[in-house]
Design a protein around this ligand. Structure first.
Ligand code: PHE
Length: 342
């Protein structure tokens, strides 16, 4: 009996080792633990043994039984793991994500407009001349015929620093003085772009910080016709080949004569609409012939030299070009606005 039990244990363990699937496990379980399984039959046989052999045989039989049960569980676990590993290997999915594309930024609409303006004037022979945003009263005003108590200072009121006579420039015109002093006595053509500041009641058309692009051409026989030709060429390259300009007399202390240039309305073509307030014209810039005293302040002799100057607001230009209705959008940093100009 004991011999049989040990043999059965060895055989059962051997068979178990070879099993690799669930069906094999079930067959093995039935073969040993089933109603007519080998172990079940052996256990039943113990009752028929002589009484003195029964305890020992019972003891061993229980040991064999629990050893086989433990072996079965172990094998079951191994088979389960192998099956899982195989399933994973077969149904393996590619868990690599494609790379995240870096989101590329783009230029602010003001910068885009400025660069368009630079391109057009570059073709007309103007190069970019940069000058300071923090100016002194003398260059921002006095050199441009705006002495301390000049009434026209009102429309160019600005932010002052704690340093007396030092302020944030209200227009790019003081750059005229810097450029002339750098280039005299040569003729030259420059545009002067940059930020300007004003003490303003902020509205849809006015901000306390904005860009300007100044233009300045100095030479020996420069006339108002040159000014008109250059500005007309600019308007046509910026807004379309059929654009027309008109010049209205105006006043700036640093130009004489002075004018304001209007362009026929890009929306209605001159018929009159809401954008042009029924006039058919849109104001785009101020301009004029450089005042003799300003030429002198820059180092040029007005009997020999003349020049023209103009100043435009690129935000205004962009507003007309893209139908933007409020200048405050430019510096409000609202992505809903900025993303419309990729
Ligand atoms: N500086 C003037 C302004 O800010 C514009 C201008 C520039 C006018 C050059 C004439 C000549 O309004």
């Amino acid at each position: 009996m004991l011999e049989e039990l040990y043999q059965l244990e060895a055989k059962a363990k051997n068979e178990l080792e070879a099993i690799t699937d669930v069906e094999g496990l079930e067959a093995w379980r039935l073969a040993y633990f089933g109603k007519k399984g080998a172990l079940t039959m052996l256990l039943r046989g113990i009752g028929k043994l002589p009484a003195e052999e029964r305890p020992q045989a019972g003891n061993i039989a229980n040991q064999v039984k629990s050893a086989l049960e433990a072996a079965f569980e172990q094998r079951q676990e191994a088979v389960r793991r192998a099956a899982l590993a195989e399933e994973l290997a077969q149904g393996a999915m590619d868990v690599r994500l494609p790379g995240r594309p870096p989101s590329l930024g783009y230029l602010h609409i003001s910068t885009q407009t400025l660069r368009e303006i630079y391109d057009i004037f570059a073709r007309l022979g103007f190069h970019v001349f940069r000058s300071r945003e923090v100016e002194d009263d003398v260059t921002n005003f006095q050199m441009l015929n705006l002495p301390p108590d000049h009434p026209a200072r009102d429309m160019w009121s600005t932010f002052y620093t704690t340093e007396p006579g030092v302020l944030l420039r209200t227009h790019t015109s003081p750059g005229q003085i810097h450029a002339m002093r750098k280039y005299h006595p040569e003729p030259f053509r420059v545009i002067l772009p940059g930020k300007c500041y004003r003490y303003e009641q902020v509205s849809t058309r006015h901000e306390h910080m904005f860009f300007q692009v100044e233009g300045l051409a100095i030479g020996k026989h420069i006339t108002m016709a040159d000014l008109k030709g250059v500005l007309e060429s600019f308007a046509r390259q910026m807004f379309g080949a059929n654009r027309r300009l008109r010049f209205r007399p105006s006043y700036f202390p640093f130009t004489e004569p002075s004018a304001e240039a209007d362009m026929d309305c890009i929306l209605c073509g001159g018929e009159g609409c809401q954008i042009c307030k029924q006039t058919g014209w849109l104001e785009i810039l101020g301009c004029g012939m450089v005042h003799p005293q300003v030429l002198r302040n820059g180092g040029y002799d007005p009997d020999e030299y003349s020049g023209f100057a103009f100043g435009m607001g690129p935000e205004r230009i962009a507003m007309l070009k893209h139908g933007i209705t409020d200048i405050r959008y430019f510096f409000a940093n609202d992505l809903r606005f900025l993303q419309q100009f990729p």
